[in-house]
Write a protein that binds this ligand. Structure first.
Ligand code: C2E
Ligand code: MG
Ligand code: MG
Ligand code: MG
Length: 285
């Protein structure tokens, strides 16, 4: 609304836009400070195989504890971090901490699990990404097979050729790759054929209303079918209810993640879970 604002001046931004821009700048500066002051932490959410009642791994999720504002959710600061390239630093911090933690659990003799780390589309465009990740693995002493990278489907819309190369490099290191938020990214199914993925994560929006919503039933069945035909693993996100577990198992989806099994929790709490389940404990339905 670049309209004459009286007095012969022009307003390029509405007050609302101004407010949003300044919130953005403030948040970006606080985020810089947060990295410096170690306000960035990692929480871990269990991933389970419900056919065997076994814990198979954890997803690492970034947490920002602001000294005044308290917890700021990643959905609020990740987009800003992506625009300012701070995401490379944050991503690298989370990756290092998750790998260090996983190796520490292995050193304690706990059963080995895969740690899944989210990778932003911006990180995928870093020219040295694979080399950087290899260096983190070497530095923390974690074997590549215990690391998985989750990449959200919308990341493949642009620069697909380049992304295929990066993913092949990562896979060459022995890292597992999964497509996050599957079904929400407005991208074509063709990429599933061309990109070297091990696993598809069914977005929680399709899981939420199972098993009551007919559309969700159809979509989830179709995703499980595609994954099976392409010989990829499939995991359902956002599982909160026992009826959802029953439905997913009946459809042949045995891998699950959601509040029913555990909310994201700090390393100490995740370790308690790993200790309990590693001791032959089965996850109750
Ligand atoms: P995501 O990767 O799809 O992660 C799953 C999100 O769903 C997490 O939210 C998790 O806490 C939440 N969740 C898990 N189970 C349930 C459930 O049963 N019900 C409901 N309602 N929610 C559940 P969170 O931690 O707020 O993260 C949101 C998003 O922020 C993530 O979605 C991911 O896209 C992004 N994110 C988080 N950590 C990182 C990171 O380290 N790097 C990057 N690039 N993105 C991250
Ligand atoms: Mg994820
Ligand atoms: Mg997801
Ligand atoms: Mg998501």
């Amino acid at each position: 609304q670049a309209k004459a604002a009286g007095g012969g001046t022009y307003r390029f931004f509405t007050p609302d836009m101004n407010a949003r821009i300044s919130e953005r700048v403030t948040l970006e500066n606080s985020l810089r400070q947060a990295l410096h002051d170690n306000q960035i932490h990692v929480h871990y959410q269990p991933q389970v195989d419900m056919a065997e009642g076994r814990l198979i791994g954890f997803e690492a999720l970034v947490r920002w504890h602001h000294p005044v504002q308290g917890e700021i959710p990643p959905t609020r600061f990740i987009p800003i971090a992506e625009e300012s390239n701070l995401i490379n630093q944050i991503g690298s911090r989370v990756l290092h901490e998750a790998c260090r933690q996983n190796r520490a659990w292995q050193d304690m003799g706990l059963p080995p699990v895969v740690i899944a780390v989210n990778l932003s589309a911006v990180q995928l465009r870093q020219p040295e990404l694979a080399g950087h990740i290899a260096a983190v693995l070497a530095d923390t002493g974690l074997d590549a097979r215990w690391l998985e990278l989750e990449i959200t489907e919308s990341a493949f819309v642009r620069d697909t050729e380049r992304i295929v190369e990066v993913l092949q490099e990562l896979r060459g290191l022995g890292i597992k790759l999964s497509v996050d938020d599957f079904g929400t990214g407005y991208s074509s199914l063709g990429y599933l054929k061309r990109l070297p993925f091990d696993r598809i994560k069914i977005d929680q929006s399709f899981v939420r209303d199972l098993p009551d919503n007919g559309d969700d039933i159809a979509i989830v069945r179709a995703i499980i079918g595609i994954a099976g035909s392409l010989q990829k693993e499939v995991i359902a996100e956002g599982v909160e209810q026992p009826q959802q577990i029953d439905f997913l198992l009946a459809q042949g989806c045995r891998l699950m993640q959601g509040y029913h099994f555990g909310r994201p929790a700090d390393g100490v709490q995740a370790e308690v879970l790993l200790r309990r389940l590693g001791d032959g404990g089965r996850i109750p339905d």
